[in-house]
Each structure stands twice: as structure tokens, then as C-alpha cells.
Design a protein around this ligand. Structure first.
Ligand code: UGY
Ligand code: MN
Length: 251
């Protein structure tokens, strides 16, 4: 914060920009030796939750409830994922991710300080469809594809493109000067974390300078556009709700 109390953070009815200078930590219920900066919740108008979990040495997450699904992406440090569905605990390093289905026994343990980007939502089962399984992956091993034909905008889809899943989490990498090819207006909402780089995000009618570490919430139908700037590529991790009847996709 500067001496005049200014910040780039902004909270509006249809979007929020949350910059690291405004972060305040809060307890993570059911976790041990861990705290969160909670960025996005239903209290702001969203239908999902996004937070950064800060795990100290010897910390443990809770289990998800029977209703809540969780996606974690390791930003820093190293954690282990424990579940009876895995033959042995799986080490997750930066760039690794896990999807933990609602009701899963999976927990995350950390032996050193680590930080995780976390997205959670109430899982909406699809009638007559199997339940989604635990997913573990390394984003560096996931193939990317040119977004709408633009080689300078590469999209990695981290979760299976399968209607059993009601959330998608993607990594989007833009070369300097690359843009979203249109101003998008859509029913899906987003939670976004800029992992590296910088640029300008259009949110509604406003244009915001964005830096690594910034989080953005975009409500359904919030007009959105982006240009990557600077001399290095920019990458953001983002969530969206997918594959469900619009009338049912409310809390
Ligand atoms: O998946 C998306 O809707 C994506 N193109 N939106 C975004 O990057 N703001
Ligand atoms: Mn979008």
C-alpha cells in the first residue's frame, strides 16, 4: 500500500480484482497449521469459492464434504496427496494439480511451507451419469492448443472434457501482445489467478492493469477481454462452471 491508501483492488457487483497488497489471512476451518487468503465466495455473488491456502510445515487439509468438490494447484513448496484411491501418497510439486471429488477421503499434507491455489464448488451430479474420479496431474505434461487458431494464445485444459465434471480449470499462456480474440460475454463465471506476466484486463466497461499474483472474479455475463503486455509470456490459471442446466446451476 502506498502512503495515500490507494490500491488496484476493486470490488463491483459483476467483477472483483483482488491484488496482493490487500490480502488478509483467515483460518482454514478443519485444516491444521494452515491459513487462507479467501478471494472469492458466494458472499460476493459467486457460485464457487477461490482461495490461496498457505500450509506451514506439518500441516494437513481437511476432507471435502459430501457436497463439495475441490481443485488444488501447487504454486510453491511441495505437498503430498493421501487417499485410499492411490497406491501410495503422491507428491505434488509446483505445477502439479489434483481434483478431489465430493465425499472423497483425500487429504493434503505438507512437510514444508507450501502454497496452493484452490477452487471449490457444490458438485451438481448429472442424472444417470457416473461420479467424477480423483484426478492428479502435472500441468507441464499437459498438451496445449492454440486458442481459436492463435498460436500466441495457448490453452491447457487440466480436467477431462467430460460431462461428469461440472467444473473446468485451465491454464492460458499468452505471448506479449496476444489478446483474447473477442470481448467474451458468457453464462459461465470465472475465478482467475495470474501466475506470471502482466497485461490489461477489460472487466465490464473498465480496463485494469494486471500483474502476477492478482486474482479476478468475473460473474456470469461480465464482458471480458485481455491483452498480455511486457517482454515475457503471461499465464493465468482459471476456473469456470461447465456442462450443467442453467436453471440448476445456482447454489
Ligand atoms: O474459457 C473462457 O471463457 C476464457 N476464454 N475466458 C477468459 O480467458 N477470460
Ligand atoms: Mn471467458
Amino acid at each position: 500500500m502506498d502512503i495515500y491508501g490507494t490500491t488496484r483492488s476493486k470490488t463491483k457487483s459483476h467483477y472483483a480484482l483482488i491484488t496482493p497488497d490487500t490480502h488478509v489471512r483467515s483460518p482454514l476451518v478443519g485444516w491444521t497449521n494452515a491459513e487462507a487468503v479467501v478471494h472469492i465466495t458466494p458472499t460476493i455473488g459467486a457460485r464457487f469459492v477461490q482461495y490461496t491456502a498457505y500450509m506451514a510445515a506439518n500441516s494437513t487439509s481437511n476432507r471435502v464434504s459430501n457436497l463439495t468438490e475441490r481443485f488444488v494447484y501447487v504454486i510453491a513448496g511441495e505437498v503430498q496427496l493421501h487417499s485410499q484411491k492411490l497406491t501410495s501418497p503422491t507428491v505434488l510439486k509446483p505445477g502439479f494439480f489434483a481434483y478431489i471429488p465430493a465425499g472423497s477421503d483425500a487429504i493434503i499434507k505438507s512437510t514444508d511451507s507450501s502454497s496452493l491455489a484452490v477452487f471449490e464448488k457444490k458438485f451438481l451430479p448429472l442424472p444417470d451419469s457416473p461420479l467424477p474420479e480423483l484426478v492428479v496431474g502435472d500441468a507441464t505434461k499437459v498438451n496445449s492448443e492454440a486458442f481459436m487458431g492463435d498460436q500466441d494464445a495457448q490453452l491447457k485444459t487440466l480436467l477431462p472434457k467430460d460431462p461428469t465434471f461440472d467444473m473446468a480449470v485451465n491454464l492460458f499462456t499468452f505471448q506479449p501482445g496476444a489478446t483474447l480474440p473477442l470481448v467474451e460475454v458468457h453464462v459461465m463465471e470465472h475465478g482467475l489467478l495470474l501466475l506470471e506476466g502482466a497485461g490489461v484486463y477489460r472487466l465490464g466497461d473498465d480496463y485494469h492493469p494486471i500483474k502476477a499474483g492478482d486474482v479476478i472474479w468475473m460473474a456470469s455475463f461480465c464482458p471480458q477481454w485481455w491483452v498480455a503486455m511486457g517482454k515475457t509470456p503471461s499465464t493465468y490459471l482459471y476456473y469456470k462452471d461447465v456442462y450443467r442446466e442453467c436453471l440448476e446451476a445456482t447454489l
